[in-house]
Design a protein around this ligand. Structure first.
Ligand code: ARG
Length: 456
């Protein structure tokens, strides 16, 4: 490939050690699309004849068909996807194949391939996120009135609706989509034309190549363009946040499916059993998703560390960008696929959730707010309710189960209307503002949410 300058062949181990074709063959489609666009542009400016362009395009098209039919032999000695395809092109069409690389380097070629690849993957992930978001909304719509305990410190705090809880998940995922959409803008810049590092002496028309490949703009600086991988870091960071969110949801599902919570059931098809304990049904999918978040965080760290010591411009280190990036893409894709299927199929146990919300004095804040509305300062109300709760603890009764007389020992402002406030329904429906847990608000939020994901 570069025989001209060398006086001995590359050591067999070194050839294998430096090769990337084992993993970068994943780029064959992008590599061929980039080459077709490059040849088309070269012909448009007179560097190739139209006949040469057509031969190159026909050859590359046939190679693509061979690869897809499993008829292409990838050769380690040809190092990477780029050299494999170019060498095969020359085998097929002869000397014209050797002209394809005019005005181009593998440095701008690989940077272009990664961006084309990642752009497609981002679009697929956005589709999966949307599917998951819609699944969450459809489950939430069925549970705008389903009451469960809301937690802080994992201790019962205040009642919330299950629909409201699900909408919290939805919001996390909307921000994740926004981040990917934003990242895609910076991915969608074309490095091609930067050549090895300084640009090229041919009269290239970069805007035309960019248009052919659907890039929004061309990169402004050739040194930066061949060495920049921060778009991949940015993607991995967005991917890490998606995984962090899926992991938090997983943690809740794992808790909720335990015999101690019993809030939801995950359908059997998403679970497995135990080889020894006959009773077991394990929440494998959420557990694996929680575990896999670590891989993606690791991919992000790999890429950051890969880049931090590199001087301009391209260095071979950059070949190490692919495996972490692919791993992040594959992992997030798999986890989103699993969640998009599983979440709408969750089966909440409505009576158990309600029962749990009745325990733990979840309406204590409502009683304090009630007293404030009757003219007591909040701090004093807090104190009064604290004493009422202490009585409840001693008697093993919820506040709503204490008698009016018992409650009145703590404040004479308490009258018969207090019991409406102490119910779970009274508590949730009183939080009736945008962002609150009242069923009416949750219904309105779901309506808006449908529109918001259409506008993403
Ligand atoms: N396989 C290389 C990579 O993944 C392609 C670019 C190689 N360029 C070079 N000058 N060695 O980065």
């Amino acid at each position: 490939m570069w025989g001209g300058r060398f006086s001995e062949a590359t050591d067999a181990f070194v050839a294998e050690f430096t090769a990337s074709v084992q993993f970068d063959q994943r780029f064959y489609k992008q590599d061929i699309a980039g080459s077709i666009a490059h040849a088309t542009m070269l012909a448009s400016v007179g560097v190739l004849t139209n006949q040469e362009r057509d031969d190159i395009i026909a050859g590359l098209t046939a190679i693509k068909a061979d690869i897809e039919a499993g008829r292409f032999e990838w050769r380690i000695d040809l190092e990477d996807v780029h050299m494999n395809i170019e060498a095969r092109l020359t085998d097929r069409i002869g000397i014209t194949g050797k002209k394809l690389h005019t005005g181009r380097s593998r440095n701008d070629q690989v940077a272009t391939d990664i961006r084309l690849y990642l752009r497609d993957e981002i679009d697929e992930l956005l589709g999966l996120l949307k599917k998951l978001q819609s699944g969450i909304l459809s489950l939430a719509a069925k549970h705008t009135d389903t009451i469960m305990p809301g937690f802080t410190h994992l201790q019962t705090a205040q009642p919330v609706t299950f629909g409201h809880h699900l909408l919290a998940w939805f919001e996390m995922l909307v921000r994740d989509s926004e981040r990917l959409i934003d990242c895609r803008k910076r991915v969608n810049r074309m490095p091609l034309g930067s050549a090895a590092l300084a640009g090229t002496t041919y009269p290239i028309n970069r805007a035309y190549t960019a248009e052919l490949l659907g890039f929004e703009a061309v990169s402004e600086n050739s040194l930066d363009a061949v060495s920049d991988r921060d778009f991949a870091i940015e993607f991995s960071s967005a991917a890490s946040l998606i995984m962090m969110h899926l992991s938090r949801m997983s943690e809740e599902l794992i808790l909720w499916t335990s015999a101690q919570f019993k809030f939801v059931q995950i359908p059997d098809r998403f679970c497995t059993g135990s080889s020894i304990m006959p009773q077991k049904k394990n929440p494998d999918v959420p557990e694996l998703v929680r575990g896999k978040s670590g891989r993606v965080f690791g991919d992000l760290m790999s890429l950051l560390t890969l880049m931090k010591g590199q001087p301009l411009a391209y260095n071979k280190d950059n070949q190490e960008d692919k495996e972490p990036l692919f791993d992040a893409v594959d992992t997030v894709r798999g986890c989103l696929l699993a969640f998009a299927d599983m979440i709408p199929a969750l089966q909440p146990n409505i009576p158990v959730m309600r029962e749990a919300a009745l325990r733990g004095f979840s309406t204590a804040t409502d009683l304090a707010d009630y007293l404030v509305k009757k003219g007591i300062a909040f701090r004093d109300a807090h104190e009064i309710v604290g004493k009422a709760v202490a009585l409840g603890v001693r008697e093993d009764k919820d506040l709503s189960e204490l008698t009016l007389q018992q409650l009145q020992q703590f404040s004479d402002k308490i009258t018969d209307d207090v019991f409406a406030v102490l119910t779970l329904e009274g508590s949730v429906s009183a939080r009736d503002h945008i962002g609150g847990t009242a069923p009416a608000q949750v219904k309105a939020a779901i309506e808006r949410a449908h529109q918001r994901i259409e506008q993403l």
